[in-house]
Design a protein. Structure first.
Length: 450
């Protein structure tokens, strides 16, 4: 089996792929909107603390399990289990994560489809195809179905090519493109009137709201979603890392890049909101609350781009292309979780497994598109607010309570022979044993009760 398993060919390739999974709509859209509606800089501070002190240790747990197992999530979790009940538990957690990734993809593809149609719209406008441009800019069932399917097919096309030629190759191309577009847009927005006020709201914390429990619950949820935790995705990406690599530093890079891009996206979106406000688009209420979280991307920003005349067409195109690219490097990781399982468990060919699972996910997506009001919010809540924290917590339990300490040490020493003497090894096992489960559990219970 190991001879046919894929592997990332380089450190850079892995970092781009895992950071590509982590950096997505959650960073560029979710984080700035949450920040704007949860007290600006106070949310930023809470997010930074939780990302480094809770999400990073949990990410390390998932990467470790995968790298040690060198197999799909179910098998990797089973390999660290010893007693029969633990092996059943491994199946539940691994398979649960795979299902969770599939359901996340089914709603993510809808949002990404909106991004694709918004990318196509300025092209149609520039080409003078007015009817097409209007059709693309209006919410309709047909448009949503078509673009959701286009996005799923793009995801399938990359995943069917495997780890090195699909995931790694495309992540290495798309992630730098994303960074480039992001910086260009920031440079542009910061020269606009009103942008400085936005920067202040984003960067100067009002510490009075920092201990607001709702803020902490949202910040942790955001950090978990953003690092793709609790979905088996980081287990499977971990399993493609060579045993020669130092996992502790790789995980740290991925976390740093993810947090950095969320932070930088805030530098774009929050000033853009204030620029739009200065141009007369209503964004904040009199008390400074964000009026419409959901419509930010589809009403506020397009209004801003419209106000810029013909430059706006280009800026709008660049912005939505950025969103689509970010979404694609994340969606491929979501599809990889079930595909890797199906390939290894049922000895299917990768291409068959990819199309069959992609088609199943497309059916779920289309069902959601046809029942947006009833299903969209429900699937998001069940996957991101319930399943992800619970499954992420379970992975910490595997590392802290189930995996024998000696075997864990041996696994982490591969590629990092000195680890035993580091601060990481002194803190992390204890941390994943007690602090992560208790903290994640407490936040989870609070979010259920509120
Ligand atoms: N981390 C991605 C984002 O921020 C979303 C994601 C969630 C990807 C779960 C994979 C698994 O958009």
């Amino acid at each position: 089996m190991s001879a046919v398993r894929g592997e990332f060919s380089s450190r850079f390739g892995f970092i781009m792929a895992a950071a590509g999974s982590a950096v997505g709509l959650g960073n560029i859209w979710g984080f700035p909107t949450q920040t704007a509606s949860n007290g600006g800089a106070a949310f930023l501070v809470a997010y930074l603390v939780l990302a480094f002190f809770l999400a990073y240790p949990a990410l390390m747990a998932e990467l470790m399990i995968g790298r040690h197992g060198q197999a799909n999530a179910v098998v990797s979790l089973t390999k660290v289990s010893n007693k029969p009940w633990q092996k059943h538990f491994a199946f539940i957690v691994g398979f649960g994560g795979i299902l969770c990734a599939g359901f996340i993809l089914s709603f993510y593809a809808i949002v990404a489809g909106w991004m694709l149609s918004a990318t196509a719209q300025p092209i149609a406008a520039l080409a003078g195809a007015d009817a097409a441009s209007t059709w693309l800019s209006e919410q309709s069932l047909t448009r949503n179905v078509i673009f959701t399917l286009v996005f799923i097919v793009l995801t399938i096309a990359i995943i069917s090519r495997g780890v090195e030629n699909g995931i790694e190759k495309w992540s290495k191309r798309l992630m730098p493109a994303l960074l480039g577009i992001l910086f260009l847009l920031i440079a542009y927005v910061l020269t606009q009137e009103g942008a400085m006020e936005g920067l202040k709201a984003y960067l100067l914390p009002d510490f009075s709201s920092i201990f607001d429990t709702q803020l902490i619950v949202s910040a942790l949820g955001q950090a978990f979603f953003s690092l793709s935790l609790g979905t088996s995705v980081m287990i499977i990406y971990g399993s493609y890392i060579s045993k020669k690599e130092n996992l502790v530093s790789l995980g740290a890079y991925v976390t740093l890049i993810d947090v950095f891009i969320a932070f930088v996206a805030g530098l774009l979106i929050i000033p853009a909101m204030y620029v739009a406000q200065a141009q007369g688009v209503e964004i904040f209420s009199a008390s400074g609350k964000l009026l419409s979280e959901d419509t930010l991307v589809f009403q506020v920003l397009p209004a801003l781009f419209d106000g810029m005349g013909s430059v706006g067409l280009f800026v709008g195109f660049a912005f939505f292309a950025l969103m689509s690219i970010a979404a694609l490097t994340s969606s491929i990781s979501m599809l990889e979780a079930p595909v890797s399982y199906a390939v290894e468990r049922f000895a299917l060919k990768r291409i068959q497994a990819t199309w069959v699972i992609g088609a199943l996910i497309a059916v779920v997506s289309i069902t959601i598109v046809c029942n947006l009001g009833a299903l969209f919010g429900l699937v998001i809540t069940l996957t991101t607010k319930v399943a992800q924290p619970l499954l992420g917590l379970m992975c910490c339990i595997f590392v802290g309570w189930i995996w024998y300490r000696n075997s864990l040490l041996q696994a982490i020493q591969q590629g990092n022979p000195e680890v035993q003497t580091t601060l990481f090894w002194k803190i992390w096992p204890w941390y994943t044993k007690f602090v992560c489960p208790i903290a994640i559990g407490a936040v989870f219970v609070h979010s259920l009760l509120s």
